[in-house]
Write a protein that binds this ligand. Structure first.
Ligand code: FAD
Length: 239
């Protein structure tokens, strides 16, 4: 059920050049029941006129088992309302109103297919929640997470995801930089190129793609050309 909640910011940290992570605690010990992959809508104030509120959607980054404290990540869009709010205004102790949960970009767990998660920028957020959820449930299916960002300065959650992958043999983490520096030794190129180079057989996979609408559209086109069953493909564009 969708409800409105008053929350308090209990943590905020800049993780890289353009991403902030923050945690919100629901007041009065309330809890939010949600499914990994879902999002909430915040009332976001304008930095220049804080009483002017507008809605913005954000995916929940934490596991559904954490119902009272939720983690979020925002990447900066030049001059954007929420981007400026999290950069210039939000601080620990602030109250934020949100409503949710919303969304159907959630795991279809009733088949035995391996998971391929493809996220660019903040599009990786729902996959963090899904991965934590699957690992907590000891789901042993193979999970391949492709995380695409422009360059080293835009990388976040690398150590955390690498550590999870080192502890769980079914999780493979592929960080792809589209415009890396010369010293970068990892995967380079857009995820649209790296995914098909890494996974050659998609027949027993469920693919989940999230990020900017152009990338989502390109990958969808590619996957459909491979004659995959459309039911294997799940998409979320962050508009
Ligand atoms: C289901 C869903 C989940 C999402 N989850 C996340 C998430 O977890 N993390 C995340 O970072 N994002 C997420 N998003 C995207 C998020 O909702 C916002 O769209 C994003 O953060 C930008 O919001 P903003 O208020 O900063 O920018 P906006 O104010 O919406 O502006 C966007 C861009 O347009 C420009 N702009 C605004 N107004 C004008 C104008 N009048 N003329 C010209 N340019 C203009 C701004 O400068 C900015 O660059 C999600 C979106 C959806 C739909």
């Amino acid at each position: 059920m969708v409800s409105s909640y008053t929350t308090t910011c209990i943590y905020k940290e800049r993780l890289c050049s353009n991403a902030w992570e923050f945690k919100l605690k629901l007041e009065d010990g309330k809890s939010l029941d949600f499914i990994s992959g879902q999002f909430v809508i915040f009332d976001v104030p304008s930095v220049d006129a804080p009483e002017d509120l507008q809605p913005r959607a954000y995916s929940i980054a934490s596991s559904p088992s954490e119902k009272n404290e939720l983690t979020f990540l925002i990447t900066y869009k030049e001059g954007g309302r929420a981007s400026r709010w999290v950069d210039e205004m939000l601080k620990v102790g602030d109250q934020i109103t949100m409503k949710g949960p919303f969304g159907a970009f959630t795991l279809k767990e009733d088949d035995d297919k391996d998971y391929v998660f493809i996220g660019t920028g903040s599009g990786v957020v729902p996959f963090r929640s899904m991965i934590l959820d699957l690992l907590e449930k000891e789901d042993s299916r193979k999970i391949d997470l492709f995380f695409g960002v422009r360059n080293e300065e835009r990388v976040f959650w690398k150590e955390e995801l690498e550590e999870l992958a080192s502890k769980h043999s079914n999780l493979n983490f592929h960080l792809c930089l589209s415009q890396p520096s010369e010293s970068w030794v990892g995967l380079s190129g857009r995820v649209n190129k790296v995914v098909p180079e890494t996974i050659t057989d998609f027949s027993n996979t469920s693919l989940y793609v999230c990020g900017n609408p152009e990338m989502v559209k390109d990958l969808k086109q590619y996957l459909l050309e491979l004659k995959l069953n459309p039911e294997q493909i799940h998409l979320e564009g962050y508009v």
